[in-house]
Design a protein around this ligand. Sequence first.
Ligand code: NAP
Length: 604
Amino acid sequence: MQTALRPNDAPVATTERLYDVGDMPPPGVVPRRMHAWTVRAESFGEPHAAFALEVVDTPQLGPYDVLVYVMAAGVNYNNVWAALGVPINVIAARNKQGEPEAFHIGGSDASGIVYAAGSAVSNVKPGDEVVIHCGMWDEECAWVRDGGDPMYSPSFRIWGYESNYGSFAQFTRVQAHQCMPKPRHLSWEQAASYSLVGATAYRMLHGWGRHEIKANDVVLIWGGAGGLGSMGIQIARAAGAIPIAVVSGKAKFEFCESLGAKGCIDRTEFDHWGMLPHWKDAHGYAQWLKGVRAFGARIWDILGERRSPSLVFEHPGETTMPTSMFVCDTGGMVVICAGTTGYNATVDLRYTWMRQKRLQGSHFANDEQSYAMNHLAMSGKLDPCMSKAVPFAELPHVHQLMHDNRHPHGNMAVLIGAREFGSGVHDRSPVVRELRPVPSFNAANRAPRSRYPWSAPMPEVIRQLGANSAVVEDDGTAVRELMTEAIVSCAPADTVHTAATLMAVHRINAVVVMQNAEATGVISQTDVVLARQGRSREEAQSLPVSEVMSDGCVTCDVDALLSDAVTTMSRLKIHRLVVTRTEGSRAVPVGLLSMTDVVRKLML
Ligand code: NAP
């Protein structure tokens, strides 16, 4: 062994031993050769045949570089393109820029462990668990050094597509700023699956000045069940906006709605797709108008009002662009990051200038946007939607599935260093906190089992109930000290399956049911279990939440005494209270207090 790569703060040695995939070298030891899936120009074509297994040299590091041992790699459309060799030959493009390798190691998403770092690296060190975003640029570029958005730097490249040594190998070479903390509650394969699409969707929705998404905006999301779309729905919801998803087939509705889509449109019910008929073709144009108007009306049906999307989240391109530009609201924006169905997008310019619509191109994301997206993932607000993970050997197969549009919902990943599915989880999933306004206490109805029964502070409530003494002793503990600071919600029209999925994903006992920005009830695990009585699993799953939930929610203020809260729950024979904080004249729900929380305090 000899010392080779320049480490940050740990000695790094190379070894001649070739490790098997899944056989992890000791920390600080880097094999000189590694296993990788490669693509070569002579094999360009459909992914199942274009990828080949090879043993290649492990890449060397520059001062700003980091060598990451890849635990899992994400699957993206870009390496379907790389395998096909269209629209560009990525190997020839790199060779022209002076990089000599005749092979391409793709892979623009990864989770892994830092093994070595260049001399100028200070943000990560060997042993750190990271997820990697795929934006690369020259740190010495004058534009970047002067604070310009690196996305506009001529040196910008997508790692693992425009760069070599992506994540489809045992080790990958990245720039240090690409490394972001791995969310502790995610497995290696989940963590590997979301960064590229998540950060791209984040910039599309948050990156464009006055068109940045905000609460109550309507957003139309194409391909809502796909990689980008599933991220787009969740990022829009996290901003309080109203996403509507377009998908092919009703089977994808529930998935999109569980992520936060207000409703879905099945694009297979329409046939006005493709390039716009010429405006002089009166018959063709009238037919197209009929189709696009019917499509727009479907958006209004979902919203229950005549509002158009202020943002349209585009990536299919040629077949959908005329529709996107038409349904976009006056003064709104169509933001596009791809042309999966073709690049000759046609637009009726009359609508564009008269309605002052913006067509905005968007490409991946800068550090700030990538980290903001990763923060959503770390706080549990962005589910990676990792629906399929496969062993290393099946990497070409999952790219072929994507090529054929036969891949499952959401995102896919490939295990590389990780030996088992589901490994790498260190923590419980954080509970999502979603703040929504509810009416003021004063406007509330006092009758039990109505929406907001308690218009008075808790002690007053207890007096009304005739309680003279508290059920538990008042030791000064306030509700805020024990409550779970989170509201996970669903709508009355959601299915019981959606509610049960939320419970399972967030490991919670109950979901608050919200309608028109008001909490109208709670659906608990008990409610879900009772829904199975006398019904098949499928029947119970498809019931609307409104038929199963407990109507009304009893609230208490975050500063109420725990003893008062427990007394109220005992008197009413309920297991939980919705905790609110008064903001101006409104009581905003901020969490739940359950008897389980109280048991922890009293008994454990
Ligand atoms: P994906 O998971 O395959 O999703 C694409 C979705 O598009 C599919 O789920 C499909 O949904 C929908 N679709 C397919 N054909 C369509 C058609 N004719 N009309 C309308 N919708 C159609 O892929 P992805 O990962 O989301 O990526 C989508 C595209 O964005 C790819 O071309 C990718 O290369 C590109 N991309 C670009 C960037 C960037 O930074 N520029 C970043 C990420 C991805 P339904 O069949 O359900 O409608």
